[in-house]
Design a binder for this molecule. Structure first.
Ligand code: SF4
Length: 325
């Protein structure tokens, strides 16, 4: 008789309030205006979400010069530099901002610090769209740091006037390490540890951390360019557990699950919940499974849509009760 496998489902997992809001913005614009609705960069870092919206008339572009005059263009959840907003205005585009409010908060902090004359040290990964946008808030006054090892080489105008911020989707542990190195080098530095890491990123990391010791294998549903998804894989791997990032159930290698008695399945904040269900079903197709939810917290974060897209009921998005988290 085949032994029963346990499938642990750490929660929260999958969509966050910022991702739901960004997707809803594109959906409502498609309803209101009809296709095409242009979207600068991937609305969120998930190939399934992008393909679905594309099939309904969204057109994803890299630069605004690909958008016809006066057309509707959406800025993605990762945010844009002010220069991009200016370019859209100059070209007369109908821009709708789907930047996650928690990314916008980091932009506001960067502006406030730079306006006060501080050098802003941004902890983040070079080239990530969110980092490109945040660096663009005060490009003359912001430097990027990617690791604690890089802190000694940082150049700032005045070591007494420094503020640090971070990308919202990093590893809590790593940001705390880098923040510690920054405080050692700049005793007067302003900043709030890992506070810029968003609730969704830190909750998903805490949920995986709570089950990883029991798991023989961790599967993280998410796209290769999803920062918070990659951090979940790293967290499991650092705990010594085999971990894989998969787009969907089709990427599961039979050899991974063959000897695994307990498998944890989670998803990054940009991955649709249905993909997790499909992964669980695929594991179930290999033999009997016991599926166990493992919540560490309940998410209640909600974000309003931009004013022009709110319906009369002023519906809020991202409520854990209303949506499948
Ligand atoms: S992962 Fe965090 S910062 Fe990114 S959209 Fe979700 S809530 Fe916002």
């Amino acid at each position: 008789m085949t032994a029963v496998r346990r499938v642990l489902l750490p929660a929260p997992r999958s969509f966050c309030a910022g991702v739901e809001r960004a997707i809803e913005i594109v959906e409502r614009l498609l309803e209101q205006h009809g296709p095409p609705v242009y979207v600068r960069n991937q609305i969120v870092h998930n190939t399934h979400v992008v393909a679905d919206l594309e099939s309904r008339g969204a057109v994803f572009i890299a630069e605004l010069d690909e958008v016809p005059e006066h057309a509707v263009v959406v800025f993605s959840a990762h945010g844009v530099a002010p220069a991009v907003e200016r370019e859209a205005a100059e070209r007369g585009l109908d821009a709708v901002d789907a930047t996650c409010p928690l990314v916008a908060k980091v932009h506001a902090e960067a502006k406030r610090a730079a306006d006060a004359g501080d050098t802003v040290i941004l902890i983040g990964h070079e080239g990530h769209e969110e980092v490109v946008g945040t660096l663009g808030v005060a490009p003359e006054r912001t430097v990027l740091v990617e690791s604690a090892a890089a802190v000694p080489a940082l150049e700032v105008d005045d070591a007494a006037k420094v503020t640090y911020l971070s990308q919202t989707t990093l590893s809590v542990t790593e940001v705390e390490q880098i923040a510690g190195a920054l405080k050692d080098r700049f005793p007067n530095i302003k900043g709030q540890g890992a506070e810029d890491i968003c609730y969704a990123t830190s909750n998903r990391q805490a949920a995986v951390a709570a089950v990883v010791a029991e798991a023989d294998l961790v599967l993280v549903v998410g796209s290769a360019n999803s920062s918070n998804s990659n951090r979940l894989v790293e967290l499991a791997a650092e705990a010594g557990v085999a971990a894989h990032l998969i787009e969907d159930a089709g990427q599961i290698e039979p050899a991974w699950i063959e000897g695994a008695r307990t498998i944890a399945v989670t998803a990054g904040a940009s991955a649709p919940p249905a993909l997790v269900d499909e992964v669980v079903a695929a594991i179930g197709a290999t033999g009997p499974v016991e599926v166990v939810e493992r919540p560490v917290t309940e998410e209640t974060q909600e974000f309003l849509l931009p004013q022009r897209l709110r319906s009369d009921d002023r519906r809020r998005l991202g409520s854990a009760g209303a949506r499948d988290e």
